[in-house]
Structures are given as structure tokens and as C-alpha cells.
Design a binder for this molecule. Structure first.
Ligand code: PA5
Length: 467
């Protein structure tokens, strides 16, 4: 059973819904109250920005309209972003995106999907004037930052007097250890060998150490809007400013999100693919013992999209209590895989291991390039386009899983570009928002993350000098 979300973006529920071993129409009927609750909660969020907890603001449904409404991103920030990206293309040699978690994963996914693995090895002309792009502050591993600095230094030496680097630090709180620490190193080291080391930031508009630093140093800074959590921030200044510095089509990215938003508003799950998939996954978890979800794009460029989705799923639905204090333990353990690569490592366990998994495949209808494989089948030579092998492998995986009564669904996009990526990422926002409401949990907080951050800060405090 297929469902068109919008032209070029569709879902296939065949292996998750409508057979006697997977989610049945009567399961959906029995789940009517929860589905209605989720539709109602989403309508409330859309209309009033009210989250599930008293006083909680949830504004992600405004993000697809970011450049039109100009409320979450004011006019001055849009103008500053345009000016900085104009300067960036042809001006800066490298952009460093510094952030972690929700302030990193979406940008890595966007970069990998839209720019591909060899971006930094291409000539500037081949990149159409855009800079090289690097990520930092996404780990406290000293080796990672040292190698980046070593590489940048060699680039600067080769450019001999004209090397310019723009560092975009992204941190909603402005206090997270890894990006704050990486920034301290970059501020110290970059001016030693760069001819220009410029800094800009995306952070809270009213508080935090990063904001204070921006004010003190006179750095350009953009806002992480109120009511937008890290994992829901890729369509806000967090992703949009970064994408515009690379020359990506941010309008197409937001248009994709808008097309999904407007296709997934109905209160009837039969007319709302995001609500339908959320309900199927919710029922699979509650009634069929599904505790893990494998996100598996059949596209090498989408590997890091899996990492982004893993955070969205894990941090949003992995909650021990419902909003009204009952035990929840909902959600599923996210697992990232890529086809066809991981069919040769993980699929054995998906097929024959503990029957607690649901697979979410992502297919690309028209890859940007194709090549022919020369193979031998039934002892005879044959020529098969690689794109055909990808499709056949996905189908084979899904069919084999279905034969063992393992559930899977397929989300297909026509191409990997800003438009379809925007549609797909926003679709994931909605499925998570709907499922969180079905489960009665708060999908927008992350008390677990905050708990370990507190312990880490207590540990590091022993390095603080006397008051
Ligand atoms: O979802 C979360 O809260 C985390 O993953 C944060 O995004 C991450 O810790 C980074 O936080 P910040 O943007 O405040 O630096």
C-alpha cells in the first residue's frame, strides 16, 4: 500500500500495515482515541504554540515559513545572513561549523547530502565559489581538533598570506562543554596562521556565555528562536544560516518542509501520512514488541541523516514518564544503517535476531549519477545499472524481512536535493510529534541529557579557580 505525501515524496506501508502479522486496520481503529489525541495536540501546537506541559512553547510548525513570517527570524537577521553568505562565497576559504547534538547533526546531514563526500577536495571553481566546510566541537576528542588545525595550517601556508576562515559557533545554551571548549581553542589558534579568522554565532537571544562573548567581541550573532529545541532546529537559523554560507538552496529546503506540513494536517490518519506512520509505529511498539528502529537509507549521502534522525527519535520519545506522571518507557532504540553497505553486516541480525525491530527504509528514485555493473547471473553475463541494484537490494531486504514477519516501511524521495530533504526531515518532525502525543509524553524536553551535563560540569568545576 502506497501513499503519496506530495509529488515526488511517498510512503509505502505494505510491510508495516494491513496484513495479519503486522499492524491491522482493527489495531488502528482500537487506537482511535490516541490518534485523535495526537491530532488535537498537533492542532494546538500549530494554533497556539502550546506544548504538552504547562507553559512549554513548541514552535517548530512555524519553521517552514521562516523567511515569510519573519517572526522566528527577524528581517535584520535575514539581511545579515544574506550579507554574510555573499561575503562567504568567493571570500572565505573555509567555514567551520562548531556545535554538537541538535546544534550539529542537522548541519552534517545537510552538508553530506547536498555537497557529497569530496566537496573539500574539489577546486573552488567546481564548488561554484563556495568555501571548504569542516565541523568541530562535536566531540571532546583532542585528536579530532588537532588534526583539523594541522590541516588548516597547511592550507594557510599554501595560500601564503590570504587565508580566511569563518567560524560559525552554534549553541542554544551557549555553555555546552564541547563547542565552548573548541571555540576557546579556535580563538587562540586560528589567528596564529590565518590572515583573517572571523567568528559568528547562533545562540539564545537573551542569555548564555556565548551571547556574552559575542557582545564583548562584537561578533555577528543569530538567534536560536524560543520554542525550538536543538533536534527541531535544522529549519531555524541553526541550519539555515549554515546552509546559506555554502550556497545551498535554503528556499527549496523550506519549501519541502512546507509541502509536508501542508500535506500532513488532517485529523484523519487516512489523509495524513505522518499521522498514519506515527500510529503504525506506536502500535508496533505497544502491541507487537518493537523496541528498536533501524533507519536505513539506500543512499551513501544520507548516512548522516540517519544520525540526525536517531537523535530526534531517541531524545524525543525516550522518556520514562508520561506528562501526567505515569510510567511511559516508550520510544525505540534508534539504530543507523545504510544500504547496501550494512546488509553485509547488520541484516543477519535484523532478519534472525530478537524480533523487536522495525525498519524504516529511505529510497531515492533518481540518483544524481548512474553506472553499469557487469555481473553474472545464472551463469550468464548481464549489465545492470547500479541504481537498479540499489532498488532490488532494498526490495529484497524488505521482502526477506516480511517473510520472517519483521515490519518495515519505505519513504521514497525523487532526488537528494534541498527540496526533498526538507520534505523528508520535516516529515520526521511530524511523525515524532504525533507519536509523542499518542504516548502522552513530552517529546520536546530532554531531562536525561540535562542530567549528565550537570554531573559533567560538577566534575570539571574542580579546575575552576577560587571565587
Ligand atoms: O537536544 C539537545 O538538547 C542536545 O543534543 C543539544 O542539542 C546539545 O547538547 C547541544 O546543546 P547546545 O545547543 O545548547 O550547545
Amino acid at each position: 500500500m502506497k501513499s503519496s505525501i506530495w509529488d515526488g515524496f511517498q510512503a509505502d506501508w505494505t510491510n508495516v500495515f494491513g496484513q495479519d502479522w503486522n499492524v491491522t486496520p482493527s489495531d488502528m481503529e482500537a487506537c482511535g482515541a490516541e490518534i485523535a489525541r495526537a491530532a488535537g495536540a498537533a492542532a494546538r501546537i500549530r494554533e497556539s504554540g502550546c506544548g504538552p506541559r504547562e507553559g512549554e512553547r513548541v514552535l517548530f510548525p512555524h519553521l517552514p515559513y521562516l523567511l515569510q513570517e519573519k517572526t522566528l527570524m527577524p528581517e535584520e537577521e535575514i539581511a545579515a545572513m544574506k550579507a554574510l553568505s555573499a561575503e562567504c562565497r568567493g571570500g572565505f576559504d573555509a567555514v567551520l561549523s562548531v556545535g554538537i547534538g541538535g546544534s550539529y547533526l542537522g548541519n552534517q546531514a545537510l552538508f553530506d547530502a547536498c555537497c557529497g563526500p569530496y566537496w573539500n577536495l574539489m577546486t573552488r571553481e567546481a564548488r561554484d565559489g563556495s568555501p571548504q566546510v569542516f565541523f568541530a566541537g562535536e566531540t571532546a576528542d583532542p585528536e579530532a581538533l588537532s588534526s583539523l588545525l594541522r590541516y588548516l595550517r597547511t592550507q594557510a601556508e599554501a595560500k601564503n598570506g590570504t587565508y580566511r576562515v569563518l567560524t560559525l559557533v552554534i549553541s542554544k545554551s551557549g555553555t555546552t562543554v564541547e563547542p565552548s571548549g573548541a571555540l576557546s581553542v579556535l580563538e587562540r589558534e586560528l589567528p596564529r596562521f590565518c590572515d583573517e579568522a572571523r567568528f559568528a554565532a547562533v545562540t539564545d537571544k537573551a542569555k548564555g556565555a556565548l551571547l556574552a562573548k559575542c557582545r564583548e567581541r562584537g561578533w555577528l550573532h543569530f538567534t536560536v528562536p524560543e520554542g525550538i529545541g536543538g533536534r527541531f532546529s535544522v529549519f531555524s537559523q541553526v541550519g539555515i544560516v549554515f546552509a546559506s554560507l555554502l550556497g545551498l538552496d535554503i528556499r527549496a529546503f523550506l519549501r519541502g518542509a512546507r509541502l509536508t506540513e501542508e500535506s500532513c494536517r488532517s485529523e484523519d490518519w487516512r489523509e495524513n501520512p505522518a499521522l498514519a506512520l506515527a500510529a503504525m509505529k506506536y502500535i508496533a511498539s505497544r502491541n507487537y514488541g518493537v523496541t528498536a528502529e533501524i533507519v536505513m537509507p539506500y543512499c551513501a549521502r544520507l548516512r548522516s541523516l540517519g544520525g540526525w534522525y536517531a537523535q530526534l527519535l531517541g531524545e524525543s520519545l525516550g522518556k520514562k514518564d508520561t506528562v501526567d506522571g505515569r510510567p511511559a518507557y516508550g520510544g525505540r532504540t534508534p539504530v543507523c544503517a545504510v544500504g547496501t553497505t550494512d546488509m553485509h553486516s547488520l541484516t543477519q541480525e535484523h532478519q534472525e535476531g530478537r524480533p523487536n525491530k522495525l525498519l524504516q527504509f529511505i529510497a531515492v528514485e533518481e540518483p544524481a549519477a548512474d553506472l553499469d555493473f557487469q555481473l553474472e547471473e545464472r551463469g550468464r553475463p548481464c549489465t545492470v545499472p547500479m541504481s537498479r541494484v540499489m532498488k532490488a537490494a532494498l526490495r529484497a531486504n524488505a521482502e526477506a524481512l516480511a517473510s520472517a514477519h519483521k515490519m518495515s516501511c519505505v519513504l521514497s524521495i525523487r532526488k537528494v536535493n534541498e527540496l526533498y530533504l526538507g520534505g523528508l526531515m520535516y516529515f520526521f518532525f511530524l511523525t515524532i510529534a504525533y507519536e509523542g502525543a499518542m504516548a502522552g509524553i513530552d517529546a520536546y524536553d530532554q531531562p536525561g541529557v540535562e542530567a549528565y551535563k550537570k554531573i559533567l560540569h560538577q566534575d570539571l568545576a574542580q579546575y575552576a579557580g577560587p571565587v
